[in-house]
Design a protein around this ligand. Structure first.
Ligand code: UTP
Ligand code: MN
Length: 501
């Protein structure tokens, strides 16, 4: 079927849409963006109308709603150039697929999205010698690579992350980490992987990860990953471990006992839930909705105001994914410190108490600090838990009600709810440990893991969220800022936005 604009004879078609031309959105998850450059605006309009008639969503402007970019007569590099000018409009770095018009044409013929084959992918690096340079320059440790939010290899990293999850659900932590390592390498690449040869030049790839990537390069998807996501155990474990307070062990025990759904947990008579799990289950839906940057800022501001009322000069910092530039997250990570060491002690319970009296706290669990008694910098403990005073909380955040929302017309209590439960971690740190706490709590989790592995293997130093300990010199290295820590480790400084390993 040819997609060139047909020259219609003057009387061949009625002016309005025919019955089967009426637009009904059939594939809401797919957002197409047609690159006008070299395609021309009239052909673009024609193709846009065609796709919409077949139930596809076509975006006029490039935005985070775009999942597939379609180009004609352009190289991938040219398309990237066009898009990069508009790239700040995208959320969370989920890169769209860059596809040749042939994929679009085949979808139109099939009246549905067809499987993406390697031949549909636009080659981003046009010269293979450039690929060689790019690939051989990828360092082995995640903390040595710049990893911005923009991920050009989602199609591969999503698959590897699914397998990582599956491995952890089976108790195979080593295998789980191997998949995370491979995904992290791909995440740091400036372009989409297109050939298996490029993959062979990358560090950190085991046989299994390679096989999965190769499968996707050849077939457009991984049959193994598809199978895993269909598994009842995978789905149930994912559901249960998404409950606040439920770890792998508990989720697995419940699965073994035959429990499968949140309803099963809620209705079970014999299940003993901790207070934390009760709260997690009660607010499951809210807590699994992304927290926006605006909501995170609002919470940080609330905490700051209350903290200042007790202790002027308190320093409040938004850490975690938001500090790395993410536009949404699963929780809000806040660090609390004061320029005069010791003044921060006792502050957290006052802050929580005050917020609680204002009805803003749905759940909280206060842990006192333990760095005076338990912290030993050269401990061999692999535990990721630190020793700061800390509150694991659920905030009750007021949200603007959705005026005019379709479906919100009934007056059930749920639909008129004007608040949202949000997970918040408040962490108190003495100023002398603050740079380490900030580095540790900014993440990503894998970046931190790699920093610690690098420190230990390459520098014989032990790094955690409290300090850096030089095991050769046998001394703790004091830092006044994050840059100091990178300097001690002989690493190039990475701004938070490049730590999305
Ligand atoms: P998060 O799990 O909150 O991840 O941990 P994130 O990157 O902010 O992503 P989302 O959007 O919330 O899912 C943030 C950082 O805090 C550290 C983690 O290692 C990570 O680097 N952290 C978290 C700790 O050090 N200790 C903890 O108990 C929890
Ligand atoms: Mn977080």
């Amino acid at each position: 079927m040819s997609l060139a604009p047909r020259k219609r004879s003057r009387h061949s078609l009625p002016v309005g849409p025919t019955k089967d031309e009426v637009e009904v959105l059939k594939f809401p998850d797919i957002g197409l963006f047609l690159v006008v450059r070299k395609m021309g605006s009239s052909r673009r309009s024609f193709l846009t109308a065609l796709a919409r008639r077949k139930g596809f969503r076509v975006e006029e402007a490039y935005s985070e709603r775009v999942t597939h970019v379609i180009a004609e007569h352009n190289s991938g590099a040219e398309v990237m150039q066009c898009l990069e000018r508009q790239v700040e409009k995208r959320e969370e770095g989920r890169s769209p697929m860059l596809l040749h018009i042939s994929w679009f044409t085949e979808c139109m013929a099939a009246r549905e999205p067809v499987k993406i084959e390697p031949r549909h992918l636009l080659e981003v690096q046009m010269h293979s010698d450039v690929d060689v340079v790019v690939a051989s320059l990828v360092p082995a440790y995640g903390c040595q690579r710049r990893t911005p939010l923009t991920n050009k290899n989602c199609i591969f990293t999503d698959a590897l992350e699914t397998l990582s999850k599956e491995a952890s659900f089976c108790g195979s932590d080593g295998r789980s980490l191997a998949f995370i390592r491979a995904a992290s390498v791909l995440r740091s690449l400036p372009s989409t992987l297109t050939t298996i040869e490029e993959l062979n030049r990358l560090p950190g790839f085991g046989e299994h990860s390679k096989r999965v990537v190769q499968e996707i390069l050849e077939d457009g998807f991984s049959a193994e990953v598809e199978r895993v996501t269909q598994k009842e155990k995978y789905q149930t474990m994912k559901l249960f471990t998404n409950i606040f307070g439920v770890g792998m062990k508990t989720a697995n025990r419940w699965y073994q006992e035959g429990l499968r759904s949140l309803g099963d947990l809620r209705n079970s008579q014999k299940l003993k839930l901790s207070k934390q799990q009760e709260a997690g289950l009660q607010h499951y839906e809210d807590l699994n909705m992304p927290v926006s940057r605006a909501e995170a800022d609002l919470i940080a501001k609330m905490v700051e105001e209350v903290a200042h009322s007790f202790l002027p000069g308190t320093i409040i910092t938004l850490a975690g994914g938001f500090r790395r530039g993410k536009l949404s997250g699963h929780d809000v990570d806040i660090l609390i410190t004061h320029a005069q060491e010791g003044r921060e002690e006792g502050l957290l319970s006052k802050v929580i108490g005050q917020l609680q009296s204002q009805g803003l706290i749905l759940y909280h669990d206060l842990k006192r600090n333990s760095y005076h008694d338990a912290f030993s910098p050269d401990s061999k403990s692999t535990s990721n838990m630190d020793h700061f005073e800390r509150s694991f909380s659920i905030f009750r955040l007021k949200v603007a009600s959705h005026i005019g929302d379709i479906g919100a017309r009934d007056h059930s209590p749920e639909s008129s709810k004007d608040w949202k439960a949000v997970r918040v971690d408040l962490v108190v740190t003495p100023i002398s440990q603050y740079p380490y706490a900030l580095l540790g709590w900014t993440g990503s989790k894998h970046f931190e893991r790699e920093l610690r592995r690098f420190s230990c293997n390459e520098k014989k130093m032990v790094l955690n969220s409290h300090a850096l300990y030089d095991t050769v010199e046998q001394k703790i290295l004091a830092a006044t800022c994050e840059e100091d820590i990178f300097l001690y480790l002989g690493l190039e400084y990475m701004p938070p936005s490049d730590r999305n390993a």
